[in-house]
Ligand binder design. Sequence first.
Ligand SMILES: Cc1cc2nc3c(=O)[nH]c(=O)nc-3n(C[C@H](O)[C@H](O)[C@H](O)COP(=O)(O)OP(=O)(O)OC[C@H]3O[C@@H](n4cnc5c(N)ncnc54)[C@H](O)[C@@H]3O)c2cc1C
Length: 319
Amino acid sequence: MSGLLVVAEVRNGRLADLTAEMIGAASALKAGLGGRLTVGVIGEGAEALADAANLEGVDELIVVEAPAAFDAAVHEEAALMLVQACVPRLVLIGHSASGMAFAPALAARLGSGFAADVVALGLEGSELFATRSAYGGKVNMEVGFPGKALVVCTLRGATFAAPKAPGSAHRSALSLDPGGIAGAGRHLGYEPAPPASVDIGKAEFILSIGRAVSEETIPRFAALAERLDAVLGCSRPIADAGWLPKAHQVGQSGTIAASCKLYIALGISGAVQHLAGMKHIETIIAVNTDPEAPIFGVAHYGACLDVHALADALEKEFN
Ligand SMILES: Cc1cc2nc3c(=O)[nH]c(=O)nc-3n(C[C@H](O)[C@H](O)[C@H](O)COP(=O)(O)OP(=O)(O)OC[C@H]3O[C@@H](n4cnc5c(N)ncnc54)[C@H](O)[C@@H]3O)c2cc1C
């Protein structure tokens, strides 16, 4: 067994960004692991979808035509065929609703090692290890796979750098008879999530608010963010209370601020789950009345200040 297989993430007839991120993660390991990097694309119109997966580092693209509606049993079978075709050492699948629906079953059928929600991959000599969070995101742990010739991992989105340059992969196809696969589910229809007014993953400047802010004062901070040309982010309690849509939430169970260069955290304590979405940002400014707040541990600049006093000053400055 050698090389790597990436199972492309297809969402609603499109190749999701996570596919390129998984290709980036696989490319970084290719030299150490040896062998070829294969990307398998499963879905309706897989041949056309595969164009977007033809990125630098990819040696082979294998397409498997399958019905448009996601079916975990069909994906499991198709992924098994891909593994049998390229006999990899490592299989990467998106840590998404669909990836989680078939990756563990695939690993069980293959008798492989398995790690979910992986945020880093590495090699110690020839031994693979994966980093994933545990205990509700409070710790990161490294997982080894002793004695396992094959490993399956699901990778967290917005975590690995995607290659930009196009590739020149060889193409082939496998055929699958979905009619012969008995799935446990039945597709009733596709309901898109309500359109998000913000894209935290792509924002370069985020002004983020936490529990220090009340429901009544949210419009004030939203206006301030607009005036500063920032995207309004928030911690989970704000989204959980329904004060802002979930799309604004930064963190482990929200969105990772993957493209952000400047992050201003107002009245956010800095819980590990929040830090998971922003601690990598090159400039972090924290404002909090508690000098012991953990957010100051990752902030480059900080002020022990009431967020409302800061809002008064900024409004005067930028009116
Ligand atoms: C599985 C799991 C996933 C989670 N995912 C996420 C996630 O994705 N994102 C996320 O954010 N959280 C997440 N959480 C929740 C997380 O653990 C924290 O509860 C949350 O981040 C706390 O939000 P906060 O900092 O706004 O509130 P708090 O922890 O209550 O902090 C409020 C801060 O405001 C300061 N403050 C109060 N008044 C003022 C004032 N007037 N001026 C200035 N400062 C003031 C306080 O000193 C305090 O530090 C998750 C939790 C779990 C278990």
